[in-house]
Write a protein that binds this ligand. Structure first.
Ligand SMILES: C[S@@+](CC[C@H](N)C(=O)[O-])C[C@H]1O[C@@H](n2cnc3c(N)ncnc32)[C@H](O)[C@@H]1O
Length: 346
């Protein structure tokens, strides 16, 4: 801009005087040696440019400040571009408050998984899908790890997790699906996260490459996909208008194997020892409404991240109607929840 100004104000740079009629455009004006100097269009253009750049800068600064609004915009844009199928391009619908509504019930499987670990003081540990980080800290202390790294793709979850970092514990943004680490870990731990990943045979094989000799793999995943919540959600995702809005039916991307298949996979991958079990966690909820609240923190995040707020509301309304048609209206309500616990040593 300084350069433009200096050109416009060069002494002796004058333009031909116009003699009546319509004013010629600035392109038509030719520099002459004589005559009264005409105002150059450059300062005007520069000031327009300045106003434009300032406006643009302000727009982006505003966008960054209003992170949520900005993300919504990004979501709409990626949706418009047809990118909703890609995990990292979907809206971050993980909500720590919603997820922690059933904190006590959700943390029991974590403790059960942690208790499967063999003592390995000073280990290097990774927690894949660490969420809010609270349980990662417990894991770090339980193992007496020298280093524990929590990985999650949700910025909302990581924001909360950062509060637990320090003393060998750190949290980073990353996609489990692409996880690998050249230094390797003594313990690869994942509680209630791998069910969101695809192609488990390839994923487990990939995880093993980041496991040191003698290292332990510990994974817990919900296995409730034959319960009414999941069956109805999947059925709805195949019906219109949801099928068109979602682009991909629920369940297609998830690739859970059977309990026996996980055991066979671990054997095939060369793990020396293994412990694979299916456990039913019985939850006593106030009423069946609790089931909706429960799945809002997990299963329904799949739909929330792919639908507009209004479409998501409509989806939940229909989901509730169908679910309540099959769940008994009992108080308290017993919610049986199956989970698989996997432990294996390299
Ligand atoms: C149900 S929460 C479990 C959180 C934590 N492990 C716990 O036990 O409380 C699942 C977490 O996995 C994360 N997640 C899901 N898919 C992921 C992926 N592909 N890469 C990284 N994190 C993922 C989510 O962001 C979420 O925080």
């Amino acid at each position: 801009m300084a350069f433009l100004f200096s050109v416009a104000r060069r002494p002796g740079s004058v333009v031909a005087r116009h003699s009546g009629g319509f004013a010629p455009s600035w392109r038509q004006r030719r520099p002459l040696r004589r005559g009264k100097p005409q105002p150059s269009p450059f300062p005007k253009l520069c000031s327009y440019g300045f106003v434009f750049c300032f406006g643009l800068g302000f727009f982006f600064a505003f966008g960054v400040c209003m992170e949520k609004v900005f993300r919504r915009f990004a979501f709409l844009l990626t949706g418009f571009l047809g990118g909703r199928r890609v995990f990292c391009m979907t809206k971050d619908s993980w909500n720590p408050q919603q997820y922690e509504k059933f904190k006590a019930q959700r943390s029991q499987p974590f403790y059960d998984l942690m208790n499967l670990l063999r003592s390995q003081e000073g280990a290097r540990v990774v927690d894949l899908g660490c969420g809010t980080g609270e349980l990662t800290e417990e894991l770090h202390r339980f193992v007496r790890a020298s280093e524990t790294v929590g990985i999650d793709s949700s910025e909302e979850m990581l924001k909360k997790a950062q509060g637990f970092s320090g003393q060998g514990l750190s949290f980073h943004k990353g996609d489990i699906q692409k996880f690998s680490d050249a230094d390797g870990f003594d313990i690869i731990f994942s509680n209630a996260a791998l069910q969101w990943c695809t192609d488990h045979p390839a994923l487990f094989a990939q995880l093993k490459t980041s496991l040191r000799p003698g290292g332990q793999l510990a994974v817990q995943m919900p296995m409730n996909h034959d319960y009414a919540t999941h069956v109805i959600a999947q059925k709805l995702s195949l019906e219109e208008p949801w099928a068109s809005l979602l682009k991909e039916p629920y369940g297609k991307a998830q690739s859970m194997l059977t309990v026996e298949q996980y055991a066979s996979l671990l054997f095939k991958l060369g793990f020396k020892e293994q412990n694979v079990s299916l456990k039913v966690y019985g939850h006593e909820l106030e009423s069946r409404e609790g089931v909706i609240e429960w799945v809002k923190g997990t299963l329904l995040t799949y739909f929330e991240s792919r639908l507009s707020p209004a479409d998501f509301q409509a989806f939940v309304t229909e989901f509730r109607k169908r679910l309540f048609a099959v769940l008994p209206d009992e108080k308290p309500f017993f919610y049986p929840f199956k989970r698989i616990l996997i432990w294996a040593q390299n």
